[in-house]
Design a protein around this ligand. Sequence first.
Ligand code: PDD
Length: 280
Amino acid sequence: RTVYVNGEYLPEHEAKVSIFDRGFLMADGVYEVTSVLGGKLIDFEGHAKRLARSLSELDIRKPMEDAALLEIHRELVARNEIDEGMIYLQITRGAPGDRDFVFPPEETEPTVVLFTQSKPGLAESPAAKTGIKVISIPDIRWGRRDIKTVQLLYPSMGKMMAKAAGADDAWMVEQGAVTEGTSNNAYIVKGNTIITRQLSHEILHGITRAAVLRFAREAQMKVEERAFTIEEAQEADEAFITSASTFVMPVVEIDGAQVGQGRPGPVAHRLREIYIEESR
Ligand code: PDD
């Protein structure tokens, strides 16, 4: 695999980052995951915009223009012959020569890393046909979840807790309401209405979320952006998640309780189809 690191395209085993990198020492960095379908990037503009916002909120210098970033994405897709998969991008505050809580001097170059992940069958995912199971766990992450930082230890632990419980993923709960999934946004469906938590500092502003809500409204579905509880979700007609890596993925079980008929429902199915159709 050819990867990109700080201005160079290299075979992955030759790509190196300093041990003093703030991303490594302090999780001082941000990331984006952009999907590729049929060799085409999905929603690059949305991801670039969110990246710029994440960087600006953390006072990390934006290392290049969006056009240059797009060029690297395209180059990696071509060099690695990605048909279906993802591009991972990470930018950290860089590598000053030592460990210090104080931010390094202005002139410190941010570290920029990109690599591809080939996922043949992303669109035809078997999980989308059966649906996934989730458990609920308390949301003990920090208060700026709208910034896409690389602090992913708790979401990673959440995923492990789900696996240990025989489920696929976890929905995080704060003050009685679902915030989001470990690496996705959470939704329930009641009749013709799609309910998903409103945007705030408490959740990541999903790029897939924005697209799916737009498609839902265009398809004359109703959208309510508000918080919901696990109990409400268990009694809903359908539930699903969205993210760049899963698109629209039906949820058929929450904390052991079957949602609806325990099978993917028509709304999630339809939104998944529209999303994939529009992204090709
Ligand atoms: N995760 N919420 C969280 C906490 C996420 O980490 C993600 C994305 C989302 C969905 O955002 P989007 O639709 O822009 O992918 C919501 C990526 C895919 C990841 O960490 O791999």
